[in-house]
Write a protein of this length. Structure first.
Length: 466
């Protein structure tokens, strides 16, 4: 049995004797597939846009419900701390019942937010099953947000037993501690700012991020704010932390400190000295809750101070143009110092040479011994003076030269290196072009030489034939 030839094998050429592995589709079918692909992409993009708008509306609802609940909690806590009513009164029950209703609505909005996020991932990746768009981190985020936002003072009064410094145990309400934990809902403010940011809502930014595999999320927005408006961002964070921690400290010390000590001004003073890591010790927290808030405030103060120092250092740093001007002026001043020192060296050398020559002439003269000694002593003193000036001038020359070299080396940065590398590459390209032109000319010259040689041979043969 004869083997098929190479050009008769399937998948190598269009052999008629063998069946093809892939059927060829007519051009109309291929164009229909392309049209369907574009229609699918258009449908996914429009659906993605609708889901983005829907998620923004959900975040607006979350922000409104969270702020509504926090405001009601602040009103209820402040009215109770000023003894306007007790925890068992109808007003307190009504306010806390409204807080519970807003909390339930907030939990529903959070679930809708994550469902919309899963639908967005399904649309972006073309997935059919929602379980493919979720992982363990998604469930952890959902559970964490639900737990944080579910914390609130309930309508009924829950009391716990606390031990005070005098050894007495009292039954106190758990509402102040739940109210402090309810402030964790303020993370929704950051989510609200991210959703309404131009970087997040801009389609071109999202497209560029997808092409460069960069996620446009909360860390990206925070870094962008720190690079564009670092001072405003840090001041806003510090002010919010200061007032939130001050109110939390006042609420923690409600059952422990007296009415004269437990006021907002003392809490602000304690938070301020703790935030700035000063700690005078004139005001201290009495409760474990207050001590924990002081520790958290100190840690946040250290981190914020470090960021503030970095921002200030970046602000006082010279720009590229300012650095160039300063380096140019400094180098001109160093060159001037170097030239002046070199002139002083020449001048002092000339003085020393003249003194040395005058000393030889004076020794040859016949003068009394005493006068000779006095003249030699005065000239020796002048020689030492000019020699010290010579050494100082040489030292100034060396210092100016070394500082000039150091300044030149420090002036070379990444931009200068990039520019130099670009110039070198351009010169290499020009040399390659010139070399190619020379090679072409050499080849043409060789061709012309061969043609001339052939013509000379033909002329030589003609002459020999004659």
């Amino acid at each position: 049995m004869s083997k098929p030839k190479f050009h008769d094998m399937p998948l190598i050429s269009r052999a008629v004797k063998y069946k093809k592995y892939v059927e060829e589709k007519p051009p109309s079918v291929a164009s229909n597939n392309v049209t369907k692909t574009f229609e699918d992409i258009s449908r996914r993009l429009s659906q993605r846009k609708k889901l983005f708008r829907q998620r923004r509306r959900i975040v607006n609802v979350e922000f409104s419900l969270a702020m509504f609940g926090i405001i009601l909690m602040l009103i209820e806590t402040e009215l109770h701390s000023r003894n306007y009513y007790t925890k068992s009164s109808l007003i307190s029950f009504s306010i806390k019942f409204s807080i519970s209703l807003s909390t339930l609505a907030l939990l529903g909005a959070i679930i809708l937010y994550h469902i919309t996020g899963i639908r967005l991932r399904m649309t972006a990746n073309g997935l059919e099953d929602w379980r493919l768009a979720t992982d363990t981190s998604t469930y952890i985020k959902v559970c964490t947000e639900l737990i944080i936002c579910a914390i609130h003072p309930p309508p009924m009064s829950i009391q716990i037993e606390l031990s005070f410094k005098d050894g007495e145990n009292k039954m106190v309400s758990l509402d102040p501690f739940l109210s402090i934990l309810m402030l964790l809902r303020l993370y929704i403010v950051g989510k609200f700012m991210v959703i309404h940011s131009k970087l997040y809502s801009d389609t071109s930014t999202q497209s560029l991020g997808a092409l460069n595999k960069v996620k446009i999320n909360s860390p990206f927005i925070f870094k962008a704010l720190m690079s564009t408006k670092p001072g405003t961002t840090l001041i806003a964070i510090m002010v919010i932390m200061f007032f939130v921690d001050s109110w939390a400290m006042k609420t923690c010390e409600f059952y422990y400190a007296s009415k004269n000590e437990n006021n907002f001004s003392n809490s602000m003073w304690l938070i301020a000295i703790t935030f700035l890591t000063v700690g005078y010790g004139d005001v201290t927290p009495n409760s474990s809750c207050g001590q924990f808030i002081c520790v958290c405030t100190g840690l946040m103060g250290v981190g914020t101070t470090a960021l503030l120092v970095a921002v200030i250092a970046q602000k006082i740093e010279q720009t590229r143009a300012e650095k160039y001007v300063h380096n140019f002026v400094t180098r001109a001043h160093l060159d001037k110092c170097y030239r002046n020192a070199a002139a002083d060296v020449v001048k002092q050398v000339m003085f020393l040479w003249c003194h040395h020559k005058g000393k030889k002439l004076s020794e040859q003269r016949l003068t009394p011994a005493g006068s000779l000694n006095s003249v030699s002593r005065s000239k020796y003193t002048d020689t030492l003076k000019h020699r010290s000036k010579l050494l100082q001038s040489i030292q100034l020359m060396r210092v100016a030269k070394s500082e000039n070299i150091t300044l030149r080396e420090s002036a070379i940065g990444l931009i200068e290196l990039s520019k130099t590398l670009e110039n070198v590459l351009r010169m290499v390209d020009e040399l390659n072009t010139k070399q190619n032109n020379i090679c072409e000319r050499v080849v043409s010259l060789e061709t012309s030489t061969n043609q001339i040689n052939d013509k000379l041979d033909a002329i030589h043969n003609l002459l020999l034939g004659k």
